[in-house]
Design a protein around this ligand. Structure first.
Ligand code: PAF
Length: 279
């Protein structure tokens, strides 16, 4: 497995692999890899990638001033071992200084899909995501890139960026990976105490119990975003938002039904958790 730290070196190698006719997959991550990330590598393998490049970079530009950039968990050694075991063929570990040169002044801004949901709560977040992902696309020359459905809005924003800026690659969205309890896997789950982890289950329960035919809950009541929010608050979570949107355009939809996505963001103590379900 190759290890790249210099953007230029990755770029040269990846360009040569593409020229040699190889299928290059990119799996962008912020590290502290868990089963969710490994499922993205597995998806790249399944799709027949000859080279699987995993980028590990806690991107400072996508964190707000009061967010967890400094404390975001990092473990380079463990990430390397996991990438190797999962079948990655290259890992990219850049530093903030070599990704953002002095005076960096070009950013990528998606203006529609980023406006609501997490974009409204985390100003500048998707600008940071789009900027770093565009850079990674230019460095890794991927034939396709794999993202997780857990960050549903992010996946839609990136698809739109690829469409609107004519990036020549395919975006693959892999399903959410959950802990046996139902909790969506996230590097931020490491922040949770045992009690908080228990409380967090209310999110996957509330989403999971919706009947996909009748859109009713276990008691046969039609589910609304308000009812989900109430359940989460009752469980002791602080709801940031519960939203029902069109699964493609992210436009607000009144009722949970076919073609919609229900998204949840909630604070469990000081940890912000997100989850979603597409119908
Ligand atoms: O989803 C993430 O981990 C990040 O937002 C990404 C796509 C790696 C960009 O930093």
């Amino acid at each position: 497995m190759k290890i790249f730290r210099e953007p230029k070196k990755l770029q040269k190698w990846a360009a040569a692999r593409r020229l040699a006719g190889k299928k290059v997959a990119l799996v962008p991550t912020m590290g502290y890899l868990h089963e969710g990330h490994l499922s993205l590598i597995a998806a790249a393998k399944k799709k027949g990638a000859d080279e699987i490049v995993v980028s590990v970079f806690v991107n400072p530009v996508q964190f707000g001033p009061n967010e967890d950039y400094a404390t975001y968990p990092r473990d380079e050694k463990a990430d390397l071992a996991k990438c190797r075991a999962a079948g990655a063929t290259a890992v990219f570990f850049p530093t903030p200084a070599n990704m953002y040169l002095d005076g960096h002044s070009v950013y990528v801004n998606e203006e529609t899909l980023s406006a609501g949901l997490c974009g409204a709560r985390r100003p500048g977040h998707f600008r940071g995501v789009c900027t770093v992902v565009a850079k990674l696309f230019n460095l890794a020359h991927p034939t396709f890139a794999v993202f997780g459905q857990k960050d549903y809005q992010q996946a839609q924003v990136i698809k739109r960026m690829v469409r609107d800026l004519n990036f020549d690659l395919e975006i693959v969205v892999a399903p959410i990976v959950r802990e046996p309890t139902g909790l969506a896997r996230s590097s931020r789950n490491t922040y949770l105490s045992a009690e908080e982890k228990e409380r967090a289950l209310a999110i996957s329960r509330a989403l999971g119990e919706i009947d996909a035919q009748t859109f009713t809950d276990a008691k046969g009541r039609r589910v609304t975003t308000g009812a989900i929010a109430k359940k989460l608050e009752k469980a002791g979570l602080k709801v940031d938002y519960v939203a029902c949107v069109d699964a493609t355009t992210l436009a607000p939809r009144r009722a949970i039904g076919k073609g919609t996505c229900v998204l949840v963001a909630a604070y469990d103590g000081r940890t912000r958790l997100i989850d979603n379900r597409v119908f």
